[in-house]
Design a protein around this ligand. Structure first.
Ligand SMILES: *Cc1c(COP(=O)(O)O)cnc(C)c1O
Length: 429
């Protein structure tokens, strides 16, 4: 493939944008080479500035669950735009999407919209601290909750890929209130809770981790966290920015039948526009300003274009009874095909999958937490990434990312992908 125009655009971008990108995961630093500049996308395909087309397994890092430029979403945004793009007043559509979200997700009464997943998680933790009147939080190594200070302690994918798990700029004072636990290790969490008795406001986690590859919770792990939180007056926060409206209508809470106290959303809920949200029972949400003492605000929060995109997206997911099963079946088909090809070529690997999230690890140890996710053969991964790119298959440029399956992917696209993997792994050195 020819990447001439992308390379030229990247050189220009580097002069005026740090690293040429507005989010570090978009750079190809971990795999080498220069990022592909995308000009447009439709359905399951991306088209870059050189005219190359790719089957897309990133889907804007999660939001595009129905594929790119999905007509009902695009039409909703165009129609809304004609009426003005921001008012800084309440609008009817905010209540409409809030009512729909609350009806789809178990165990929430109220929801507040923000502009990103980062804001959602940051605000959820502030709310948990305000509500419980305690300061410390527990997070898990390899889980990503956005880039706010409290979370930049072993933060998975982006931060790991770039070798700065503890970012400069995060003060010791902030870092000391974030306690780090091992994912899927309940004994470790119990030890931390006991050593900090009476001081922990919340435990936050990705109920299916998606920022160290796809790492599902072990049987009983979420249930045990729920019991631990109940016993110690700790709020359980599910960061469903990735899993919400993706694994099921009601996200991981529904899939695993475990209740969280606060749930964070982003990605799918915005239909591809910048949206995040956090939600809980009324007694917790009523702690927020203007009703309660915990402050949280946003000039563009609940923006009409963003709400229109999100509402169109959620409406479709709510009305399509078969969607989540269909996505899971496509992902299972891909899993089976990839396993066969990797086995036939004697490539050491582990594949993890939940719903429409899947990841390929070049290691044969079970991938259950950050340490085991870090064991993958990175030399193989780089060859895999660039080989697939050249075959017109776009996966994330980091071994710590999940692939996202969209409903726009056809079985023909999946077969093309499996064939491309067969060609690429034969070139591994
Ligand atoms: C993407 C992500 C975030 C951050 O969302 P942004 O919109 O990028 O700020 C938070 N948590 C999880 C689980 C995510 O995958």
């Amino acid at each position: 493939m020819n990447y001439t125009r992308s390379s030229a655009l990247f050189s220009e971008a580097e002069h005026v944008i740090p690293g040429g990108v507005n989010s570090p995961v978009r750079a190809f630093k971990a795999v080498g080479g220069t990022p592909v500049f995308v000009k447009e996308a439709k359905g399951a395909y991306l088209i870059d500035e050189d005219g190359n087309s790719y089957i897309d397994y990133i889907n804007s890092w999660g939001p595009m669950i129905l594929g790119h430029a999905h007509k009902p979403v695009v039409d909703a945004v165009i129609e809304k735009t004609k009426l003005g793009t921001s008012f800084g007043t309440p609008t009817a559509i905010e209540t409409e999407i809030a009512r729909l979200a609350v009806s789809m997700v178990p165990n929430i009464d109220k929801i507040r919209f923000v502009n990103s997943g980062t804001e959602a998680c940051m605000s959820a933790v502030r709310l948990a601290r305000g509500y419980t009147k305690k300061d410390k939080i527990i997070k898990f190594a390899g889980c990503y909750h956005g880039h706010s200070d409290s979370f930049l302690i072993q933060a998975g994918s982006g931060a790991v890929t770039f070798g700065s798990p503890n970012s400069p700029g995060v003060t010791q004072g902030t870092a000391k209130d974030t306690l780090l636990a091992k994912y899927n290790d309940i004994a470790n969490v119990k030890d931390i809770v006991e050593a900090n008795a009476g001081e922990i406001a919340c435990i936050i986690l990705e109920p299916v981790a998606g920022n160290m590859g796809c790492v599902p919770p072990k049987e009983g792990f979420l249930e045990a966290l729920r019991l631990l939180c109940d016993a110690h007056n700790i709020l359980l926060i599910f960061d469903e920015v990735m899993t919400g409206f993706r694994l099921a209508k009601g996200g991981a809470q529904e899939l695993f039948n475990v209740k969280a106290d606060i749930v964070c959303f982003g990605k799918v809920i915005g239909g591809g526009l910048p949206v995040g949200a956090f939600a809980a029972r009324a007694e917790i949400m009523n702690y927020l300003a203007p009703l309660g003492p915990v402050y949280q605000a946003g000039t563009l929060s609940g923006n009409p274009l963003a709400m229109a995109a999100g509402l169109a997206m959620l409406t479709e997911l709510n009305d399509d009874a078969g969607i989540f099963k269909r996505l899971e079946e496509k992902t299972a088909y891909l899993h089976k095909g990839l396993s066969k090809v990797l086995n036939d070529n004697k490539i050491v690997h582990t594949i993890n999958r939940t719903g429409s999230m899947i990841s390929v690890h070049f290691s044969d140890a079970p991938v259950v937490d950050f340490d085991s996710a870090a064991l993958g053969n990175n030399t193989f991964f780089k060859q895999f990434f660039h080989g697939l790119l050249d075959q017109g298959i776009y996966i994330a440029p980091s071994a710590f990312e999940t692939w996202f399956i969209s409903d726009a992917l056809s079985y023909e696209d999946l077969d093309k992908t499996i064939n491309a993997v067969n060609i690429v792994v034969k070139t591994f050195k």
